[in-house]
Design a protein around this ligand. Structure first.
Ligand code: HEC
Ligand code: HEC
Ligand code: HEC
Ligand code: HEC
Ligand code: HEC
Length: 396
């Protein structure tokens, strides 16, 4: 028995996340601007750049809500848990029972945990030195180990990238396959699965992913195209021409990305009105983070007169251990889950009414469903904005 404990302890320490300090020369994206200004600009508009308590209202209010409902853990402990993927260059990766006791008395102002959270080195969220300082990704670890717990870092000042022959006067470089032939491995460090405070797996994006076709970077960065990696001129007075990808990481928050993300077929059937949503993407939609929503709104018309409006919502609802509606991070179970499977389809049957000679169907996406927006009191209009996927007009 004792040796089992010993094994468990050794095992845990082997799995512990490793911290490597990033030198001031490389800490923030501003340091890369002189030679990679186009990349910095694109990344700056992405939601990777907003992944910090201060910069994303949804993230902040979720962290506050979890800390309020979970009275075993302090706000800082929750922030550190979430940092595993949201702020992986944080210098403290867990807190102890002693820390919780000090935090409860509000005596933690000078603690390492508080300093790590307030360090402006993490305020840029998922910045250049998150992805480009990864040395190895440990896919032999259990699949619950993500983010900071799945990678080891390069010494500060070495950038991993796609090229085998790059030279930079500012930093050392090393080629890695997860920057080149196997970029999904990099994205899955964080975009794979997540588990609630109650141990409920509420996202499983890697499991639902249909590999074989395009990679995440083909659609969420850009296809490879001609350009320059660095604007710095070399000895011939030229910037080196390269195949590059954009760094916008455009996804669910970007309205233009939703246009035609699904195919929509509408027809009259014996049961009423059939709306079929076809998903050509290699992952489900909605996918990834819970409480996203696809809305199907139908307007039944007679000539110019609206006879009736119906709305169907495809989203996921979660229940707490007391069976109350809650957010994903506090879920004990999933109450119901509705999304359109990867490279699959779903047919919804709506009623038909007499006198209808035309239906207008609008399919759109919202970042947060009504339930969670209400629980968290989210204010920014982006969370409730309907981003149009497709509109179909059917004359009967
Ligand atoms: C395993 C890695 C991981 C951990 C740990 C993690 N997240 Fe996330 N989180 C993600 C990823 C990846 C996304 C983006 C996925 C998407 O948009 O579908 C995300 C998105 C979110 C969003 C949506 C943000 C937005 O702008 O729409 C919220 C809110 C959030 N996380 C809260 C939390 C909280 C609170 C914690 C800690 C209790 C946490 N996350 C821990 C990986 C993680
Ligand atoms: C003084 C100019 C300069 C600065 C500042 C600079 N770089 Fe570079 N970087 C270069 C040059 C030059 C290359 C090589 C370009 C080429 O070969 O096409 C390069 C290449 C890279 C590569 C590709 C490496 C590979 O092997 O594929 C990455 C990634 C990178 N830089 C990241 C960064 C980051 C992150 C920062 C900020 C912390 C930064 N650079 C700051 C000049 C600079
Ligand atoms: C270190 C963890 C991590 C890695 C690695 C990572 N992401 Fe993310 N990603 C996140 C988190 C966390 C968010 C949510 C940030 C927020 O909204 O505050 C996110 C957001 C996104 C979004 C925006 C989603 C939306 O709904 O708008 C896209 C797209 C995305 N990531 C694509 C990628 C791709 C492609 C890769 C691989 C090249 C990648 N990510 C690698 C953690 C990561
Ligand atoms: C979420 C992970 C992620 C983040 C954050 C990120 N990159 Fe990249 N970057 C990549 C991937 C993946 C590639 C490889 C693209 C490919 O397949 O050629 C890449 C490629 C590059 C290259 C080679 C040229 C190109 O565009 O393909 C440079 C230079 C670079 N990144 C610099 C930066 C800088 C500077 C930042 C911060 C402003 C940054 N990256 C942020 C994932 C990331
Ligand atoms: C063939 C193109 C394609 C590939 C490959 C792809 N996606 Fe997407 N993804 C989309 C489209 C289209 C959407 C819907 C519009 C949007 O959010 O960009 C989407 C949405 C998302 C969202 C937001 C989902 C939601 O419901 O809120 C995330 C997060 C995401 N993708 C991450 C990834 C990751 C991680 C990978 C790789 C494992 C990946 N995607 C591969 C096309 C793709």
């Amino acid at each position: 028995m004792r040796s089992l404990w010993l094994l468990a302890i050794v095992g845990l320490s082997l799995y512990a996340a490793e911290v490597v300090q990033v030198g001031d020369k490389f800490k923030d994206s501003g340091k890369c601007k002189a030679c990679h200004s186009h990349i910095v600009r694109q990344w700056d508009s992405s939601w990777h750049a907003k992944s910090h308590y201060d910069n994303d209202e949804y993230l902040r209010k979720t962290i506050d809500y979890v800390a309020r409902k979970d009275n075993r853990k302090s706000l800082n402990t929750i922030k550190i848990e979430c940092a595993a993927c949201h702020n992986p260059r944080i210098s403290v990766t867990s807190t102890s029972a002693e820390y919780e006791a000090i935090a409860a008395l509000k005596l933690d102002k000078d603690s390492a945990a508080t300093k790590a959270i307030n360090n402006n080195g993490i305020s840029e969220g998922i910045n250049c030195v998150v992805c480009h300082n990864i040395d190895q990704i440990h896919d032999n670890l259990p699949d619950s180990k993500r983010g900071i717990n799945r990678v080891s870092w390069m010494p500060s000042g070495i950038m991993t990238g796609p090229y085998g022959d790059a030279k930079s006067p500012y930093h050392k470089v090393e080629q890695r396959d997860f920057m080149d032939t196997n970029p999904n491995q990099l994205c899955f460090v964080c975009h794979a699965n997540d588990t609630s405070e109650e141990g409920h797996r509420f996202i499983d994006m890697q499991v639902e992913f249909k590999s074989g076709g395009k990679q995440c970077v083909d659609c969420h960065m850009s296809p490879r195209k001609d350009g320059v990696a660095a604007t710095l001129r070399d000895v011939n007075g030229q910037a080196h021409k390269r195949l590059i990808r954009e760094h916008g990481f455009k996804g669910g928050h970007v309205e233009s990305m939703w246009q035609d993300a699904l195919k929509v077929e509408v027809r009259k059937s014996a049961g009423g009105l059939d709306v079929t949503l076809v998903n050509p993407q290699p992952h489900a939609l909605p996918s990834g983070f819970g409480s996203r929503e696809i809305l199907v709104e139908v307007q039944y018309m007679n000539g110019n007169k609206v006879i009736k409006n119906d709305t169907l919502s495809l989203t996921t609802h979660y229940l707490s251990k007391r069976n109350k509606p809650t957010i994903a991070h506090l879920a004990a179970k999933t109450q119901d889950s509705a999304s359109i499977p990867a490279q699959g389809s779903k047919t919804l049957t709506l009623p038909m009414y007499s006198g209808v000679n035309q239906v207008l169907v609008s399919v759109s996406y919202r970042l947060v469903n009504d339930e969670v927006r209400g629980l968290l009191d989210l204010k920014d209009p982006i969370w409730s904005k309907k981003m149009v996927i497709k509109k179909v007009n059917l004359k009967l």
